[in-house]
Ligand binder design. Structure first.
Ligand code: PEP
Length: 255
């Protein structure tokens, strides 16, 4: 299975800028890595069009969606509306859990909705600094994994990606903290173990488990090697094609 490198552009770039950037990223030529760009919702249709008319190796992710297919949900973008535009979708990113009060139950409904239209769900989990200080990191993350995957049939598990991202290490929250690779490794093992508890040892190996949180070209390889991650989810360092390319280069050297 190829490693996954996911860029999260968050709430950056106009549709025109996003397409321009997507075209720049399309020139990357991964040999052993699958590249996914989580683009701003407003640019999804433009990017899907750019993707269809090119030979790009990039796949596209939505950063969010509403699990209702359509209906009276003003300002929302439903799963049916992103169907055909995205290959993957982020679910339960900590910025959504915190700013938009998304719950584990919402995440479970989104995972099911994504699978219903053959979009790969990327379930994001991770403890806050408060959870960690209270010694609850493992408990919280196990609960998020169990709740988020509660409705997944075991024959669909291979389509699911889980990203462990400690909230306190995500650059957008202004924290200066960076997770020690050993801590990331410990928590990725917890995520793997929880999936094993839920689905059994063999099935659990089908899920790609990623690390995310202040990943940059200098620490990317160490995180992958030490935590045995199947890939990385990158925010800030993915806004610029050069830093993203440097991360990709480090990953390509690993396998
Ligand atoms: C993210 O957006 O998922 C993320 C990990 O952000 P950053 O790399 O900027 O910490």
């Amino acid at each position: 299975m190829f490693m996954l490198l996911i860029a999260n552009w968050k709430m950056n770039f106009s549709p025109v800028e996003a397409v321009r950037n997507f075209k720049k990223f399309s020139k990357l030529a991964p040999q052993k890595t699958s590249l996914v760009i989580a683009v701003p919702q407003i640019a999804l249709a433009n990017i899907a069009e750019a993707k269809a008319s090119s030979q790009t190796p990039l796949q596209v992710a939505a950063q969010n969606f509403n699990f209702h297919p359509n209906g009276a949900y003003t300002g929302e973008v439903g799963i049916e509306q992103i169907n055909g535009l995205a290959d993957y979708a982020l679910i339960g990113h900590s910025e959504r859990r915190i700013y938009a009060y998304e719950t584990d139950k919402d995440c479970a409904r989104k995972v099911a909705a994504a699978l219903s239209v053959k979009i790969h769900p990327i379930l994001c989990v991770g403890e806050t600094a408060h959870d960690r200080d209270r010694g609850q990191a493992e408990l919280v993350v196990r609960a998020q994994v169990a709740a988020g995957l509660a409705g997944v049939a075991s024959n669909r598990l291979a389509e699911v990606v889980v990203a462990y991202e400690p909230v306190w290490a995500i650059s957008g929250f202004g924290s200066a903290k960076i997770a020690k690779p050993a801590d990331a490794a410990k928590m990725l093992a917890v995520v793997r173990d929880e999936i094993k508890v839920l689905f059994g040892g063999e099935k659990s190996k089908q899920v790609q488990i990623l690390y995310g949180g202040s990943v940059n070209p200098d620490n990317a390889a160490t995180y992958v090697l030490k935590s045995k991650a199947d890939g990385l989810l990158v925010g800030n360092a993915s806004l610029n094609v050069y830093s993203f390319r440097d991360i990709l280069d480090k990953m390509e050297l690993l396998r």
